[in-house]
Ligand binder design. Structure first.
Ligand code: GTQ
Ligand code: FE2
Length: 363
């Protein structure tokens, strides 16, 4: 009887649930989607909101053991309260007041710093004390001891990017505080002195071949070098955007095994073609004003703003004034697994909405 078999089926589902078994045929379409369906939404955090909040935190919250860092993480509203910019990426603003220092520690997630503002902070990475200045990129590869010391008289602000959500998903997070607040310093800018002149540390367009499980031995990429190389690149191509990826001078691979970092220079008034890529990207505006359209929504930006392009969502950029965008992405992981995809679309996206920043801004 049909009634009996419907009852029997209900009972089967109840019994499966009680046995901690899930019938795939009821969830196939949620799991095996035709294309990525990231939970993270396209989002932008304005500098004009973040900067005053970071400053208030400097006045109210000391940097101590346990808390370790004065960091405000980008919490994507699509991720249900998780403190991640996107499913695979941690993004944050970190700040240190004059004469403050953040204690030495190490962890299996790898990190990069892109400097926003200020001077006088040194990040020590396994004994190599690296100066930080606006526009510089500093790497702290997995399990390297690191601390940050502000020797100057002004506060400093920088962007942090980590692969923390990826390492968490792999249940591979280890953390260890250093026995001392500061680790011993072997010297200053040692990796820079050894490798900064090496060819292959800035790769036009970006890496598509080399993969390397070892991080770059070069830990700092100076803005002056990046800027000069972008000038040369822009002069010899007529494109609306030129790209330099920060690369491992030993192998030509991305800066960290899990994270790719790049700088993009946009010519004013010339839109880039819409592109979609598998994997997530966080963008930090270094210079200039403009707007990006992400999956139909227009995001206007200015220096210090941070925004997220979730996996497979089309993005196009248009600078109002000459602009430089720093990007952090998980591309090396997708490439290592042989599943990376990238596609340039034929036509500009129809703009269906405009992003309204949340939180108070201070013009
Ligand atoms: O500066 O060591 O944004 O350990 C998150 C975790 C920064 C850091 C973050 C960290 C750090
Ligand atoms: Fe850290």
């Amino acid at each position: 009887m049909p009634g009996e078999s419907a009852d029997a089926l209900d009972t089967l589902y109840r019994d499966l649930d009680a046995a901690s078994l899930r019938p795939l045929w009821t969830i196939t379409e949620q799991l095996l989607t035709p294309a990525p369906r990231p939970k993270a939404v396209p989002w932008l955090w304005p500098a004009r909101t973040m900067r005053p909040l970071a400053e208030r935190a400097i006045g109210l919250v000391p940097v101590e053991r346990g808390g370790e860092r004065r960091v405000l993480s980008l919490a994507n509203p699509g991720l249900g309260g998780r403190p991640y910019a996107a499913g695979t990426l941690w993004g944050a603003i970190q700040c240190l007041g004059p004469r403050e220092s953040a204690p030495a520690h190490r962890h299996t997630p790898g990190a990069v710093r892109f400097v926003l503002e200020g001077q006088g902070v040194w990040t020590t990475v396994d004994g190599d004390s690296c100066a930080m200045r606006p526009g510089d990129l500093i790497l702290t590869p997995a399990w390297n001891w690191h601390d940050h010391v502000n020797e100057g008289d002004e506060p400093m602000f920088w962007f942090d990017g980590l692969d923390l959500p990826m390492i968490e998903a792999l249940d591979g997070v280890f953390f260890e505080p250093h026995p001392d607040h500061r680790q011993p310093v072997r010297g200053r800018n040692l990796s820079e002195d050894g490798y900064a002149a090496a060819p292959g540390r800035l790769t036009p367009g970006g890496v598509d071949g080399a993969l390397d499980p070892a991080p770059s031995p070069l830990l700092v990429y100076r803005w002056s070098d990046t800027d000069a190389e972008l000038d040369r690149l822009a002069a010899r191509t007529g494109e609306p955007m030129v790209t330099l990826e920060f690369t491992n001078p030993r192998s030509g691979a991305s800066a960290l095994p899990t994270l790719a970092c790049a700088m993009h220079r946009l010519a004013a008034g010339r839109p880039t073609p819409p592109v979609r890529r598998s994997g997530n990207t966080v963008c930090v505006v270094h210079r200039g004003t403009g707007a990006s359209v992400i999956a139909g929504t227009r995001f206007a930006w200015e220096p210090g703003d941070m925004f997220v392009v979730p996996s497979w969502m089309p993005v196009e950029h248009r600078a109002e004034t000459p602009a430089d965008l720093f990007t952090l992405s998980d591309t090396p992981v997708l490439r290592a697994l042989g599943i990376y995809r990238e596609e340039t679309l034929d036509a500009a996206q129809p703009v269906t909405g405009t992003f309204e920043p949340r939180g108070e801004t201070f013009p």
